[in-house]
Write a protein that binds this ligand. Structure first.
Ligand SMILES: Cc1cc2nc3c(=O)[nH]c(=O)nc-3n(C[C@H](O)[C@H](O)[C@H](O)COP(=O)(O)OP(=O)(O)OC[C@H]3O[C@@H](n4cnc5c(N)ncnc54)[C@H](O)[C@@H]3O)c2cc1C
Length: 417
C-alpha cells in the first residue's frame, strides 16, 4: 500500500469515527485507517450516555472496555410520579473516549490520526484537506457531525437543548444513581427538567434540559436553574469544573433519514458514505446517536471497503420505519401537545412501558407493539389540534423553512432525490 492510499478514510474525529476505529481494530486489525479532524483533539467536549442494552452482544466485545461509568439503574421524577428504572446506564466522557481511540492506534501504526486539519472536499475515494493535500482511500466515510444548528436541513423540527455543569461538592450527592428526568424546576421554554449523573459521590454532571420549539439557549439562565435546584435538594457548597452544551434537532419533517447523505443531496461534495449525525444515524425522538453509531460502526467493520455501501443500505432499510415513527412522535410532542403538558407524555412512557420496551425504544429496535403502547392511551390535557393538523400542510413547512433560507434550499433538494 502506498503512503497516501488507505483502506478507510474517516472525515471528522468525533463519536462515529472513534467507534469505527475501535470496531475496525477488533475485526480488521491490519486495516490502514486515516482519521482527519479539524479540531485539536478527537471527541470534542461531550459526555455520551447510553443503555448498555443498546449494544448487541457482538458489539460489546469491542465496546465493553471503553465504558467509563456504569450504574445498575436510574430514576425518573415527573410531577408526583417517581420510578426507579431497573436498566443499566453507562457513560463515557469524550476525553476518555479519545484516549481509548488513540490507545488503539499505538499497536502497529495502521491507524493514522491527523488533527488540526480541515477536509475541504470529500469524494467517494479521496479527500482534499485545507493544506492542499489529496489523499485517496478504498472507502471514504463522511462523519462530520451535525454541523451548526443554523444550517440544519430540516424544514420542521423541535429541539432538545441542554447546558451541563460538571461540579465538585464538599458533601456527598444525595442520590445513588442517575436521574434522567427531574422536572422540579421552572417550566418555561417547553418541557424542562434536570438530568444528573453522579460520576463519584462528590463529582456530578448536572444539566438543565428542555424539549422546546426554539433552539436558543442561555448559559446563565441554565446556571440559575441548576443553582436553584441544587439549593432545593440541599446541596450548597459546590464549584464548576467543566461545562458542555448541546442543541439536538428532533426532526418532524422527512429529511436526513438513516443512510441518506447530506453532502450528496446538497451537492456540496459528492457521494461519500455518511456516518453519525451527518448520515442521519440518530434516534429522531431522543436526539441520541450512540446506538445507531454503534450499529453503523459494526456494519462498516464487518464489511469490506467495497461491500460497505450495500451493507449500510440494508442497515438503513432496517431502521427506516422506526425513523419515521420517531418523527411522528416528535410531531405529537412539538405540534400537538402544549409545552406545559409535555411531561405527561414522558410520564406515560415510563409508566406503561416495561423495562425491556424502554430499552428497545432507546436502542432504536422497538417493535410495533412497543410503538402501539407508546401512542395509544388516554390523551394528555392541553392539546393543540389545529396546530397539529396544520403541520401537515405544505404551506406550514414552507413558512418554517422560510425562517431559515439555507434549510429551505437543502430540504427542497433533498426531497427531489
Ligand atoms: C454535549 C452533547 C452531549 C450529547 N450526549 C449524548 C448522549 O449522552 N448520548 C447520545 O447517544 N448522544 C448524545 N449526543 C448526541 C450525539 O451522540 C453527539 O452529537 C455525537 O457526538 C454525534 O457524533 P458524530 O460522530 O456524528 O459527530 P461529532 O461527534 O460531532 O463529530 C464530528 C467531528 O467532525 C469534525 N469536523 C467537522 N467538519 C470537519 C471537516 N470539514 N474536516 C475535519 N473535521 C471536521 C468536528 O470537529 C467533530 O469533531 C450529545 C450531543 C452533544 C452536543
Amino acid at each position: 500500500m502506498s503512503a497516501t492510499q488507505f483502506d478507510y478514510i474517516l472525515v471528522g474525529g468525533g463519536l462515529q469515527s472513534g467507534l469505527i476505529v475501535l470496531a475496525l481494530k477488533h475485526y480488521q486489525p491490519h486495516a490502514e485507517v486515516l482519521v482527519v479532524e479539524r479540531g485539536d483533539r478527537l471527541g470534542g467536549n461531550h459526555t455520551w450516555s447510553f443503555h448498555p442494552k443498546d449494544v448487541s452482544a457482538i458489539a460489546s466485545a469491542w465496546l465493553e472496555s471503553i465504558v467509563e461509568y456504569r450504574w445498575p439503574s436510574y430514576q425518573v421524577r415527573l410531577k408526583r410520579f417517581e420510578k426507579k428504572i431497573d436498566l443499566a446506564y453507562a457513560s463515557i466522557s469524550s476525553e476518555h473516549f479519545a484516549s481509548m481511540v488513540m490507545g488503539s492506534t499505538d499497536n502497529n501504526g495502521s491507524v493514522v490520526v491527523r488533527t488540526n486539519t480541515e477536509v475541504t472536499e470529500i469524494r467517494r475515494n479521496s479527500i482534499t484537506t485545507s493544506k492542499g493535500e489529496k489523499v485517496s482511500g478504498r472507502l471514504v466515510l463522511d462523519c462530520r457531525g451535525p454541523g451548526p444548528s443554523s444550517a440544519l436541513p430540516y424544514s420542521m423540527c423541535g429541539y432538545q437543548k441542554f447546558w451541563g455543569f460538571e461540579i465538585t461538592l464538599q458533601s456527598d450527592w444525595p442520590y445513588d444513581g442517575p436521574i434522567v428526568m427531574d422536572d422540579r424546576v421552572d417550566q418555561a421554554d417547553g418541557f424542562r427538567f434536570i438530568y444528573s449523573l453522579p460520576f463519584e459521590r462528590r463529582r456530578v454532571l448536572i444539566e438543565d434540559t428542555r424539549f422546546s420549539n426554539e433552539s436558543a439557549i442561555d448559559r446563565d439562565e441554565c446556571l440559575a436553574q441548576v443553582r436553584k435546584y441544587l439549593s432545593a435538594i440541599g446541596v450548597e457548597d459546590w464549584s464548576i469544573v467543566r461545562e458542555e452544551h448541546g442543541i439536538l434537532p428532533m426532526p418532524i419533517s422527512p429529511e436526513l433519514f438513516p443512510g441518506t447523505n447530506r453532502q450528496f443531496q446538497t451537492g456540496e461534495n459528492s457521494q461519500a458514505l455518511c456516518g453519525g449525525y451527518a448520515g442521519g444515524w440518530f434516534h429522531a425522538a431522543t436526539g441520541y446517536s450512540f446506538p445507531l453509531a454503534i450499529a453503523f460502526a459494526e456494519t462498516i467493520a464487518t464489511s469490506t471497503p467495497e461491500s460497505a455501501e450495500l451493507e449500510v443500505a440494508k442497515l438503513a432499510q432496517m431502521h427506516g420505519a422506526r425513523a419515521r415513527f420517531g418523527r411522528f412522535l416528535n410531531r405529537l410532542l412539538f405540534r400537538l401537545v402544549k409545552p406545559s403538558t409535555r411531561y405527561q407524555i414522558f410520564r406515560r412512557f415510563y409508566k406503561v412501558l416495561s423495562n425491556d420496551s424502554i430499552a428497545r425504544f432507546y436502542s432504536h429496535r422497538f417493535t410495533w407493539r412497543d410503538a402501539f403502547r407508546i401512542v395509544v392511551g388516554w390523551p394528555p390535557g392541553g392539546l393543540q389540534p389545529i396546530r397539529f393538523i396544520s403541520s401537515f400542510l405544505p404551506a406550514v413547512a414552507k413558512t418554517s423553512a422560510m425562517t431559515n433560507p439555507q434549510s429551505a434550499t437543502n430540504s427542497l433538494k433533498e426531497m427531489s432525490i
